[in-house]
Ligand binder design. Structure first.
Ligand SMILES: [Zn+2]
Length: 402
């Protein structure tokens, strides 16, 4: 990794482990550059292997019975909440909350970790979700610190989203502790669905010890703060120790002692994003992107809440050569909704499209000029993935038909 700025190099631990030779999956369109993904001897990625298990190996009736048993054990009939559902108002969390409440008789307390900057459609979907019959607690980070951390994260790990992800994972568990709720239900295991560590595929939920590696690029909020202080992007007067509470999970011992458990709804039910979309549209008033599709992809129903969403996906394209269209199309190939060659065409057409729509808001939020932004973007282009052709930067490898 090149040295960033004058002071420190990137602390995205994933970049050190990136294979230098690029291989694309023979079944879908994802490459081996995706962090933690693994390929078998036939050139098939771990997400496609998991999709095979979902289709032919896993006994979903048995998994459904496991979920019924779990709910029977933890359901409360004394007027208290019995499950926390981290919910944005998006299609996935809306589906999970609604099914737990109406098909399993649970009493969900839904919890939202607020986006950096709500989009209009994101705010509308959040409101519609709450109106569809859910109590919700929204956690909003210290706005001054949150902006600064987003900027530090952009420079330190090449992804503004990291401070959001800290809260998205940790905050629901703080709420669970406060209300003595034992179950926290997330949607899908993204490691299985989109490709990642095959060792996590059979897990009912993600153990807290694995969060930093799986979700935070190996970088905790303490690492970001240290990076920010050393580079001068952050100063001690920007935050108080208490402001960091929701960026950190409760300790593993406390969670164990209090029997507070992470569960993936996707462990118990076969996870199909398109079906979540139809379900949430019907039951939660969920609406797709009014622009017809999201920038960087052809799809219209995922990650709509935050003005910074597009930027997060764009940096995935820069760092790994894997953009938003690749992730969407690869999943749809696995679901049997697209052929591989259709997916290849969609990737060529949309992957890496720069998200312009909220650029001005995003730069103002990050307190950064566009020039500075491109400087950082270019520092995150690994030399084994990018080349200059006639002055223009191009990926060296693109997915192609077999
Ligand atoms: Zn694959």
């Amino acid at each position: 990794m090149q040295v960033l700025g004058k002071v420190r190099s990137s602390i995205d631990r994933q970049l050190e482990r990136q294979p230098k030779e690029v291989i694309f999956c023979k079944k879908c369109v994802v490459s081996n550059q995706r962090p933690r993904i693994q390929f078998d001897g036939n050139g098939v990625c771990s997400a496609c292997q998991y999709a095979y298990q979902k289709e032919y190996v896993i006994d979903w009736k048995e998994r459904e019975r496991e979920l019924r048993d779990l709910c029977d054990r933890y359901r409360r009939l004394d007027g208290r909440y019995d499950v926390v559902v981290p919910a944005s108002g998006g299609k996935d969390s809306g589906t999970v909350a609604h099914k737990l409440k109406h098909q399993y008789g649970m009493h969900p307390l839904t919890v939202t970790w607020a986006p950096f900057i709500y989009t209009q459609i994101g705010w509308r979907n959040y409101q519609n979700f709450v109106k569809s019959g859910f109590t919700n607690i929204m956690g909003v980070a210290n706005g001054h610190l949150h902006r600064k951390l987003a900027r530090v994260a952009f420079e330190a790990v090449g992804d503004v989203f990291v401070p959001f992800i800290y809260g998205q994972t940790s905050y629901p568990f703080h709420i669970a502790l406060q209300f003595d709720i034992k179950l926290v239900f997330f949607g899908e295991n993204s490691e299985g669905e989109y490709g990642g560590d095959p060792g996590t595929l059979g897990l009912v939920g993600m153990p807290v010890e694995k969060w930093a590696d799986q979700y935070y690029k190996g970088t905790t909020v303490e690492d970001l703060i240290e990076w920010g202080l050393e580079t001068g992007l952050l100063s001690k007067s920007d935050y108080d120790e208490s402001d960091l509470t929701f960026y950190k999970p409760p300790s593993a011992e406390v969670l164990r002692e209090r029997d507070i458990q992470w569960h993936f709804f996707g462990y118990y039910h076969k996870w199909i994003p398109q079906e979540c979309y139809y379900y949430a549209a019907e039951h939660n008033g969920f609406q797709a992107n009014p622009d017809g599709r999201s920038e960087g992809t052809y799809s219209k129903y995922a990650s709509l809440d935050d003005c910074l969403d597009g930027f997060h996906y764009y940096m995935g394209f820069i760092k790994f050569g894997i953009g938003r269209a690749t992730s969407d199309a690869a999943h749809e190939v696995r679901d049997g909704h697209l052929t591989r060659s259709e997916a290849v065409q969609l990737v060529h057409r949309y992957d890496g499209e720069f998200p312009k729509k909220y650029l001005r808001e995003s730069l103002a939020y990050l307190d950064m000029t566009e020039e500075k932004m491109w400087e950082i973007v270019d520092q995150y282009r690994p030399p084994h993935l990018w080349q200059k052709v006639n002055g223009a930067r191009q990926l060296k490898y693109k997915v192609s038909n077999l």
